[in-house]
Structures are given as C-alpha cells and as structure tokens.
Design a protein around this ligand. Structure first.
Ligand code: NAD
Ligand code: UD1
Length: 350
C-alpha cells in the first residue's frame, strides 16, 4: 500500500495550498475536512491543479470511529494537522467551540495516531502563542506569553499537550509551526482564502474593498509606537508557508522529537505600508479611515526565521509584491470566493 499523508483541514486556505505542494512533491495525500469553514469546490480546484483525483473524506477529527476507519484503510505515516477554528473574535463569543475543535479535536487525533503507531505530526500553530513579545524579531526560544483570546490559548494548550506527548514517548516526531501572517494565494488564482462573512484579517478586507464588496477599510489605531503609528506584521505568502510544511515533514521523518519553527519572512510592514503597496501593485485605490485600536492587537510582530532556514533549509522566497499580486488575482477572478451568493448562482443557472 502507498504511504499516505493525512491532511486534516485540507479543504481550507492553508491546507489546500499545502496539499498541492505535497502532491507536486510526489506524496499521496488524504484530506479529511468537515467543511465547516470551506467547501467541496476547493477540492475540485485542487484536483484541477494537481491533474489528479484527490482522496477526500468529509468528516470531523472528533469522530473516533471515522479516524479509525481511515487509519485502517490507508497506510498513513504522517499527519499535517490544520483542522480547527481560527477566528479570534468568534472565539471570544464561543470559547467552547474553540476548545472542542482545536484542543479536544487534536487530543482525539493523537490518541488514534498512537493506537495506529503513527507518530509524525505537523501542527499549525501561530505567532499568537508569543503573546506580547518583549523583543523583535521573535525567536522560537523567546518563551510563550499570554495569548489574548480563547483561540490563542487553544493553540498554546495544544502546543503543551504535544510537548508532553513527545516527552512521554520517543517515537513522536512533532513540528510546531508558528505561522506569522499568511496572505496571498496560488499563482493560478484558482485557490485562495475565502472567509465567510465579513473578513477579520487585513488582506482579505483590503481586497474586498478593492473589488467593491466593502465600502472602506478601517485602520485600527494610528497611535502605536511604530514609524507611522499603525501596527507592523510579518506577512508571509501562503505558498511559502506550504513549502515549509513539506520541509518540516522531510525533517520529521528522519529526526524524532519535538521541533518548533517560526514560519515568517523576518520583515515587518505597517498597515499603511500594506495599503500603499496594494495601491502601487494593483493600481486600485483603497478608501480607508482611522479608528481606535482593536482589542488584543499588539504594536508589532515579526519573526526571526533563521532556525527554519538552518534546520529545514527553508526560507520565504516570495516578496510583498507577489503576495499582493496573488491575493488580488484570486480576489478579482473569484469576487465571491468559491461560493457565489445565491442571487448570482441563480443568475448563472439561467
Ligand atoms: P481554514 O478555516 O481555511 O481551514 C481550516 C479547515 O479546517 C477548514 O476547512 C474547516 O472546515 C476545517 N475544520 C475545522 N474544524 C474541523 C473539525 N473539527 N474537523 C474537521 N475539519 C475541521 O483556516 P486556515 O487559515 O487554512 O488555517 C489552518 C490552520 O492554521 C488552523 O488551525 C489555524 O488556526 C492555523 N493558523 C492560521 C492562520 C491564518 O492566518 N490563516 C495563522 C496561524 C495559524
Ligand atoms: C490575527 C489574530 C491572530 C491570528 C492571525 C491569523 C488578532 C488580535 N490576532 O493576527 O491571533 O493568528 O490573525 O489569523 O485578531 N487591521 C486593520 N483593519 C482591518 C483588519 C486588520 O487595521 O480591518 C490591522 C490589525 O489591527 C493588525 C493588522 O491589520 O494590525 C493585521 O491584522 P490581521 O490580519 O487581523 O492579523 P493579526 O491581528 O496580526
């Protein structure tokens, strides 16, 4: 039987790009996703880009019998675990959903993995686990802080759970990948980020203003201690991020233990720089206004990504211009993402 990499949450934004990267590298993948924040269409587009059928199962990581069936049916030797909920604001209103999906879901997955002797795991963590960092750039050994939301705390809890697992059983080989700010899309414009409802993150909000779905961007705070008063972040192209997962899998398969790697570019851009760059790259002007700070935001955050470069041989190759070009290509060729609104679908049907 062919060795298989299970990708949980593989119909979503980062998961779909990573699935494509793994397939292009010759790996056989199986995607498990309950589609709570994604849809079948992304799998269809993935198949189109991969020129192959992709094994996809609709289901939940908390469904133990389903996981057992998949681990029996396929020769799974590694799991790349994206499945989870990710909205900071929503996590404040629905903390139990976040702990159930992110923490209980991961617990369940690890239990089944151990039962089937599968010990290679790549976990989607976040720079949010650093809390409010004292120094920039952020190194992996800076120590974790106090994340500002149930979402952030769920990520930190999972990191701690996985560290305990690795200490308890030497066969575990775990990568904690701390993403900075993923943006961009596949260069084809066929797969990308498709937030449901009003976007929370900067780039999707900006592109939806540019396409005319939203009237203006609100810039949260212009009184931060940064060069222009707006917050600074380390934006990273999603395809670079996907390539980081491939490298992490290669290292895990030969070097057990628990590893933590920052996946960022090491370069910070302010919100105003992002708006100006977007206008320069696309030629589209962005209406915006300043408002007060958003609760939980920190002034600045960017990675020291030298550990990933040293140990994985990985670094982010795509610059801000490519991030913006690819985000804009995705948004302008799919103004309503994967799912046109009902009235548009009806119009297409006639
Ligand atoms: P996404 O919402 O696009 O993808 C997550 C996928 O998981 C979705 O397709 C969703 O349907 C699925 N899912 C959720 N709960 C599930 C469950 N219980 N069982 C099965 N499937 C389930 O999000 P994304 O941006 O691709 O993020 C992927 C991972 O990376 C998440 O764990 C997220 O917390 C983490 N992360 C994302 C960012 C970011 O900015 N996008 C930053 C840091 C970390
Ligand atoms: C947010 C989450 C973080 C999560 C990450 C990826 C918070 C506090 N943090 O990071 O935990 O890991 O997303 O999902 O939500 N901005 C605006 N106007 C907007 C949107 C954003 O000015 O409409 C600003 C924000 O204030 C911030 C920057 O743009 O300074 C980036 O915001 P965003 O894309 O939401 O990412 P983070 O806040 O860095």
């Amino acid at each position: 039987m062919q060795k298989t990499t299970l990708i949980t949450g593989g119909a979503g934004y980062i998961g779909s790009h990573t699935a494509l990267t793994l397939i292009e590298a010759g790996q056989h993948v199986l995607i498990l996703d309950n589609l709570c924040n994604s849809c079948h269409e992304s799998i269809g587009r993935l198949e189109h880009l991969a020129h192959a059928r992709v094994d996809f199962v609709e289901g939940d990581i908390r469904d133990t019998p389903l996981l057992e069936r998949l681990f029996s049916q396929y020769d799974i030797d590694a799991v790349v675990h994206f499945a989870g909920l990710k909205s900071v604001a929503n996590s404040v209103c629905h903390p139990l959903d976040y702990y159930a999906n992110n923490v209980v879901g991961t617990f369940n997955l690890c239990e089944v993995m151990a039962r089937f002797n599968v010990f290679n795991l790549v976990f989607s963590s976040s720079a949010t686990v650093y809390g409010e960092p004292a120094h920039m750039p952020i190194f992996e050994d800076a120590g974790t802080g106090v994340p500002a939301s149930p979402y952030g705390r769920s990520k930190l809890m999972v990191e701690q759970l996985l560290a305990d697992l690795a200490r308890s059983e030497p066969r575990w080989s775990i990568a904690l990948l701390r993403y900075f700010n993923p943006v961009g899309a596949h260069e084809s414009g066929l797969i990308g980020e498709d937030p449901s409802g009003r976007p929370n993150n900067l780039l999707p909000f900006l592109t939806q203003v540019a396409i005319g779905r939203l009237p203006e961007l609100t810039v949260f705070g212009n009184d931060y201690p940064t060069a222009d008063g707006t917050c600074v972040r380390d934006y990273i192209h999603v395809v670079d991020l996907a390539e980081g997962h491939l490298k992490a899998l290669q290292v895990l398969r030969r070097d057990p233990g628990i590893h933590t790697w920052n996946l960022g570019t090491g370069i910070g851009y302010s919100v105003l720089q992002m708006i100006r760059s977007f206008e320069d790259v696309t030629g589209v002007s962005i209406a915006f206004r300043f408002a007060g700070r958003r609760a939980g935001d920190i002034a600045q955050c960017w990675a020291d990504a030298s550990k990933a470069r040293r140990e994985l041989g990985w670094y982010a190759r795509r610059n801000l211009e490519q991030m913006i070009q690819d985000s804009w290509r995705w948004q302008s060729s799919n103004p309503y993402g994967y799912r046109p609104p009902v009235e548009l679908s009806a119009a297409f049907a006639h």
